[in-house]
Design a protein around this ligand. Structure first.
Ligand SMILES: C[S@@+](CC[C@H](N)C(=O)[O-])C[C@H]1O[C@@H](n2cnc3c(N)ncnc32)[C@H](O)[C@@H]1O
Length: 203
């Protein structure tokens, strides 16, 4: 410490300016942090073969309108940032909603949003829906990718009880017979509606 009226005119005491070093380091930390987050999102998108793209408000409203009125439980296979699961919980307080998401960044954000939404009927789980050991409930909703729809069919064949409803945005389950294929008003996607137990195409 010495005196220096040029850089510390008020106190007249010169404290070495640590900001000279902190500035560039902070910028670097932010860059590294952002890079790690983006890399994690990309790695999981490649690994899971699904991009974490959320359903927007109009699409969510359409999907929710196809959930039957007597539904008690809904699972979102691949709940992403939480948009659809949180909105189902908000619009249907009578339903216990579970979102299953494996990608850590969307999952972490969805957990924060769920805390803010404070919906007691919403549970978010970090897991692979292909490995769930529980029944998915009355209704499964999903918005995934054609490359994983075979896995969805396999899981639901094993885990979902007869009478359960599956609502798949945009992508059909291979080998399953939909009872409805509804063009969405909010875009060019189709909603595929299935009823487990009646989902196998008749020979
Ligand atoms: C297109 S986003 C849809 C998000 C949400 N359902 C919505 O409509 O807003 C699909 C999500 O599924 C997740 N996902 C893909 N495969 C998964 C798996 N096997 N287990 C859990 N999540 C998976 C992806 O990480 C991605 O976040």
């Amino acid at each position: 410490m010495g005196t220096c009226s040029a850089c510390c005119p008020v106190a007249g005491v010169c404290i070495p300016d640590r900001n000279i070093f902190r500035g560039p380091m902070t910028d670097l930390s932010v860059l590294v942090f952002t890079g790690v987050i983006l890399a994690l999102i990309a790695i999981y998108a490649v690994r899971l073969r699904v991009v974490p793209m959320p359903s927007l408000a109009a699409a969510r409203a359409e999907i929710i309108s196809y959930i039957p009125s007597d539904t008690k439980t809904v699972t979102d296979f691949g709940s992403g940032w939480g948009d659809l699961a949180i909105n189902i919980a908000r619009h249907r307080p009578d339903i216990a909603v579970t979102g299953i998401e494996l990608s850590p960044v969307p999952y972490a954000i969805s957990r924060m949003r769920a805390v803010l939404a404070a919906k007691p009927n919403l549970t978010l789980i970090r897991a692979d829906f292909r490995k769930i050991d529980r029944e998915p409930g009355d209704v499964v909703v999903c918005f995934l990718d054609p490359r994983v729809m075979g896995d969805v069919g396999d899981v639901l064949d094993q885990k979902m009880r007869a009478g359960g409803i599956v609502i798949s945005r945009a992508f059909a389950i291979p080998g399953w017979q939909a009872f409805g294929e509804v063009p969405m008003k909010s875009g060019s996607d189709i909603l595929y509606l299935y009823r487990v137990g009646k989902h196998k195409a008749e020979a």
